[in-house]
Design a protein around this ligand. Structure first.
Ligand SMILES: Cc1ncc(COP(=O)(O)O)c(C=O)c1O
Ligand SMILES: N[C@@H](CCOP(=O)(O)O)C(=O)O
Length: 471
């Protein structure tokens, strides 16, 4: 299976090369050239199989022959053995035809573990086969960073540098990144917001000399392997609610558009999906873009769902590529306009294509707190603020079509955001046992300015020291 760049000016790559590449060399994102199709029988055949088996069937066609099937099967088993729930991603009903898909039973309590636990194993395997090392650079608003650090800590072939916005992640999120003692892990607090961190990471990838010298790889959802691993739970959730004999809609708390895009991929592969709802917090750029056809950056508002405090939503580029009939020149024009004037227009035909699959809703701070309270009072179920955005917006979907089940993606454990949960419900969610002493562990991190040269110097010096140590 080949992967093409959304900007059309980088070489097409196989799965393993795309896995290590991160961002394409033309600044675009890799995306499969073709889509494997799942027949209704193949979808029905997922009923009753383990999550790991479903993952093998859904991800397998994308990996093709590039990873030996026995090794791939073992990596999938090992990845999902790290989850604390036997179903890995269980569904819980919280209302009539309303469900939460719990994606937070992995080691770092957010949905990022579902992909990252597999990605870490796949990358390590490919690097070992090739006798290579990699320097991973990643940007996080809190959850990708902790999941990536957990997945790559102590791995001999990898140094990992995670950039997070100084003072803008929850204490639990920060400590999950800064209390890890392994020498190959580097947590960097950047004096800026998440968009600054993401722009720095992309700038490092676009600085080709630095990229090649350091052997840069990415673990953000710019990496296609992240998205494909997330496709699986759309299949397992829909099948448990009656697919392929029935449509199911999803309400996905959205920031970088990776998770909801995984739902689009599932639909494209043949899963009968009703609406894919882009649920945003007060940082509503995606909802505005789908309503007006104009994507316009207006500045980030800090919220109680900080992981979604994002304006430049990376994966929207992949959706635009599809919606424009894979016209890479159109994508290049839109991205150039975004770079120059912080905005671009979506062509009417492409906007109609996007609206055919995606709806959108914005849930502002009062409504997020009200949803946490309501679900706790009515269903005795604690939501984290991100999941609350998905549930609140999912209720609107359900009101418009009460017959189609709505699954809100439960993207984080409430204990990751205890202050917001306590303020809304009066309940203090406890951290699971393996993190019970997190708040007492010593921290280690570096504060750096929002400056590409300073970050590159840091990565280069620390990376060189690690490579010397490993030699
Ligand atoms: C808890 C949580 N919910 C939702 C999101 C949004 O997901 P995506 O960026 O894939 O749209 C994120 C961050 O990405 C997150 O960490
Ligand atoms: N919310 C994310 C932001 C980065 O998203 P990614 O899916 O592109 O890695 C986070 O928690 O870091």
């Amino acid at each position: 299976m080949l992967h093409v760049s959304t900007r059309g000016e980088a070489p097409a790559l196989g799965f393993a090369d795309a896995l290590l590449a991160g961002l394409a060399r033309d600044g675009g994102l890799y995306w499969p050239q073709d889509w494997p199709e799942f027949s209704a029988d193949a979808v029905a055949g997922l009923a009753g199989v383990s999550y790991a088996e479903a993952a093998r069937r859904v991800i397998g066609p994308f990996v093709g022959g590039e990873v030996e099937p026995g090794a791939f099967a073992r990596m999938v088993d090992d990845a999902y053995a790290t989850f604390r729930h036997p179903a890995v991603c269980p569904l819980t009903q919280i209302g009539d035809n309303l469900f939460v898909l719990e994606l937070f039973h992995g080691p770092t309590l957010a949905f990022k573990d579902v992909a990252m636990q597999l990605l870490g194993r796949l990358m390590d395997h490919v690097l070992e086969q090739r006798g290579q090392r990699a320097t991973i650079v990643g940007a996080t608003s809190g959850d990708t960073g902790s999941a990536a650090i957990e997945a790559f800590r102590g791995r001999e072939r990898v140094d990992i540098f995670i950039l997070y916005p100084h003072g803008r992640v929850s204490e639990v999120q920060r400590r999950q990144m800064t209390t890890v003692g392994d020498a190959n892990v580097h947590a960097i607090a950047v004096e800026g917001d998440f968009d600054d961190c993401q722009a720095l990471v992309k700038a490092m990838f676009n600085h080709h000399r630095f990229r090649d010298e350091m052997g840069l790889s990415g673990v953000n959802s710019i990496n296609w392997a992240r998205i494909v691993a997330q496709v699986v739970y759309y299949f397992t959730a829909a099948v448990s609610l009656g697919a392929p004999h029935r449509e199911v809609s999803f309400s996905t708390p959205t920031g970088n558009f990776g998770d909801v895009l995984a739902g689009w991929v599932a639909k494209r592969m043949g899963l009968p999906v009703g609406r894919l709802n882009v649920a945003t917090n007060a940082n509503d750029i995606l909802a505005r873009a789908l309503a007006t056809g104009r994507y316009e950056v207006t500045g980030v508002t800090p919220t109680t769902s900080p992981s979604m405090d994002i304006q430049v939503s990376s994966n929207f580029e992949r959706a635009l590529f599809e919606a424009h009939g894979r016209d890479a020149a159109a994508v290049r024009r839109m991205m150039a306009s975004l770079g120059q004037s912080r905005a671009f227009e979506i062509a009417p035909g492409a906007l109609a294509a996007l609206r055919a699959d995606f709806s959108a809703g914005t849930v502002r701070e009062d409504a997020v707190a009200a949803e946490m309270r309501r679900t706790w009072t009515q269903a005795g179920y604690l939501l984290d603020p991100h999941t609350a955005v998905g549930v609140a917006s999912g209720r609107d979907l359900l009101a418009a079509d009460p017959a189609t089940p709505v699954v809100a993606l439960g993207t984080a454990h409430p204990a990751k955001f205890p202050d917001a949960v306590r303020a809304a419900t009066g309940v203090s969610p406890a951290l699971p046992a393996h993190l019970a002493d997190l708040l007492e562990r010593p921290e280690r991190f570096s504060v750096l300015p929002n400056d590409q040269a300073a970050i590159e110097r840091f990565v280069s010096e620390r990376g060189r020291a690690a490579r010397k140590g490993a030699a």
